[in-house]
Unconditional design. Structure first.
Length: 137
């Protein structure tokens, strides 16, 4: 009788992985060393949150394939450096074909004077009012 839980497979290297972690070569190290593990380092946490912003609507594998390009474009995800990005940096990023480039994501990543897109004009998502509380909208 096989004692391996459903959705888990024992790979040729002897490591038990979730079904998705056994697929593409990029998934294996991510699954084995990062997925589901807490992050205490500010830079690593900023990278993780940033990449998840850029992933919206895409597969995580797409983001992993572009990860080194993101690290180069965002100066190693050093939060203070990215916070200093200005309009020229936003334009540079928008022209960088090595990364995912949704214009709305830049306002999430930079706190410079660069203006975020006008809600409704460049985004199909309508503007929302400020929540009255965390529990209700």
């Amino acid at each position: 009788m096989d004692a391996t839980p459903a959705g888990i497979s024992i790979e040729s290297d002897g490591v038990a992985r979730c079904w998705w972690g056994a697929g593409d070569e990029l998934y294996r190290p991510y699954h084995d060393r990062e997925w589901g593990r807490p992050v205490a380092d500010d830079r690593r946490l900023f990278e993780k949150l940033s990449l998840e912003c850029f992933m919206a609507g895409l597969s995580w594998l797409t983001i992993l394939r572009k990860r080194e390009n993101f690290r180069a474009a965002f100066v190693g995800f050093e939060p203070a450096s990215v916070a200093d990005f200005g309009t020229d940096d936003v334009e540079r990023l928008l022209g960088d074909t090595g990364i995912v480039r949704p214009a709305a994501a830049w306002s999430c990543e930079t706190s410079s004077g660069a203006s975020p897109p006008t809600p409704g004009a460049t985004s199909p998502i309508p503007p929302r009012g400020r929540p009255r509380s965390i529990a209700t909208r």
